[in-house]
Design a protein around this ligand. Structure first.
Ligand code: HEC
Length: 134
């Protein structure tokens, strides 16, 4: 009887662990989606603006580009020059931040994945709204 009880409680613990794993997974999917799908609301609480001002504004102040004038962060330029911007805008910006391009340095060793996502969400939000409209 004691052995039976033991086995049963092991089963319960396993079920509990399984449940926690699923709950954790669900929570991270919800968090991920809130950043990727709803960048406009996410950037209000995340740090995209601060990270942009600290790391990107030196070359991209106001969404411009001081080195390669036509490659701005305006929606039209992003759609024209960034690969896959039309289908996956945030991922396309993250890719540019991670790898850099031409005179733009890579930020892989400077920003965490989370920071890159938040910065990309901020850039996307500004591009959608227009950089001159607050
Ligand atoms: C040293 C200057 C510099 C810094 C700092 C910089 N960039 Fe850039 N960025 C550039 C240049 C130059 C290009 C154009 C690259 C090319 O295609 O030749 C560019 C292009 C881009 C593009 C594509 C724009 C287009 O129209 O093609 C994005 C998006 C972008 N940068 C985002 C960022 C973000 C976000 C940061 C901060 C994490 C950042 N950049 C920091 C210089 C910079």
């Amino acid at each position: 009887m004691a052995e039976y009880w033991c086995e049963e409680s092991f089963l319960k613990i396993r079920l509990l662990i399984l449940f926690l794993a699923i709950a954790w997974l669900a929570a991270s999917i919800v968090l991920f989606n809130s950043i990727i799908i709803y960048p406009a609301s996410a950037t209000e609480t995340f740090k995209g603006r601060e990270i942009f001002n600290a790391n990107c504004a030196s070359c991209h102040i106001g969404g411009n580009n001081i080195l390669v004038e036509h490659k701005t962060l305006e929606k039209e330029a992003l759609a024209k020059y960034l690969k896959n911007y039309d289908t996956e805008p945030i991922q396309a910006i993250i890719h540019q931040i991670q790898n850099g391009k031409g005179a733009m340095p890579s930020f892989k060793n400077k920003l965490s994945d989370q920071e890159m996502i938040e910065t990309a969400a901020y850039v996307f939000q500004k591009a959608e709204k227009g950089w001159n409209n607050e």
